[in-house]
Design a protein around this ligand. Structure first.
Ligand SMILES: N[C@@H](CCC(=O)N[C@@H](CS)C(=O)NCC(=O)O)C(=O)O
Length: 210
């Protein structure tokens, strides 16, 4: 990726933007991190290709929407998306597996207004969805990597960063998740926190509600 200007537009939140920021940080890629509050969104919305954020804008003005499309693009450019087509597919499988769980939480549990129903959904999410998910991630990792840290092959990929970010976000939203992930992801978490570029970004990033 050239060092020409790259602009990343998103709310001043982690949410759907943080994965791309983490990939760019891991790659040591400079870019303009354009963050806005909800009050400024009416100014930005008409400038975004689909009226939504995040958007990555390339030096020639091309806009890419869709958080995972953007993340996959920057990961490919940064060499964090696998060394061949099969490795890329394995990485996508981990990403899509994690995405399913994130969507279950953010579409079923998080928006529920009724306290009783919310408690039921949360219990089901923790006991069934997360338990199964941890098992599934373990299966993928065992099949795709011999390394104790990474999901695919023996180097960091954007799948690792997605699982890392998703666990962090889930922990922030549902602290009870902590016990569910157990120790099996500790080597990955340690490797990510131990990555100098990522650590620098994590230490300096703005603190946001989610
Ligand atoms: N599938 C899209 C969803 C994008 C999306 O829903 N963005 C929200 C913020 S997280 C947004 O732009 N909301 C404001 C609006 O639609 O006006 C993605 O993953 O990027």
């Amino acid at each position: 990726m050239s060092s020409g200007d790259l602009k990343f537009y998103y709310f001043d939140l982690q949410a759907r933007g943080e994965l791309t920021r983490l990939i760019l940080a891991a790659a040591g890629r400079s870019y303009e991190d354009i963050r806005f509050g909800f009050d400024k969104w009416p100014e930005y919305k008409p400038k975004m290709i689909l009226g939504q954020a995040p958007v990555l804008e390339l030096a020639d003005g091309t806009q890419l929407p869709q958080s995972l499309t953007i993340a996959r693009y920057v990961a490919r450019e940064a060499g964090l998306a696998g060394s061949d087509n099969l490795e890329s597919a394995k990485i996508d499988a981990v990403v899509d597996t994690q995405k399913d769980v994130n969507e279950t939480y953010f579409s079923k549990v998080f928006p529920e207004k009724d306290e009783t129903k919310k408690a039921e959904e949360l219990k089901k999410f923790l006991d069934e969805t997360v338990t199964k998910h941890v098992e599934n991630l373990g299966k993928l990792k065992k099949a795709y990597s011999k390394d104790e840290k990474y999901f695919v092959g023996d180097k960091l990929s954007w799948a690792d960063l997605f699982v890392f970010q998703s666990i962090q976000a889930l922990l922030q939203a549902v602290p009870e998740v902590k016990g569910k992930f157990g120790e099996q992801f500790k080597p990955l978490m340690d490797a990510i926190y131990g990555n100098e570029n990522i650590k620098k970004y994590l230490d300096a990033r703005p603190q946001t509600a989610f």
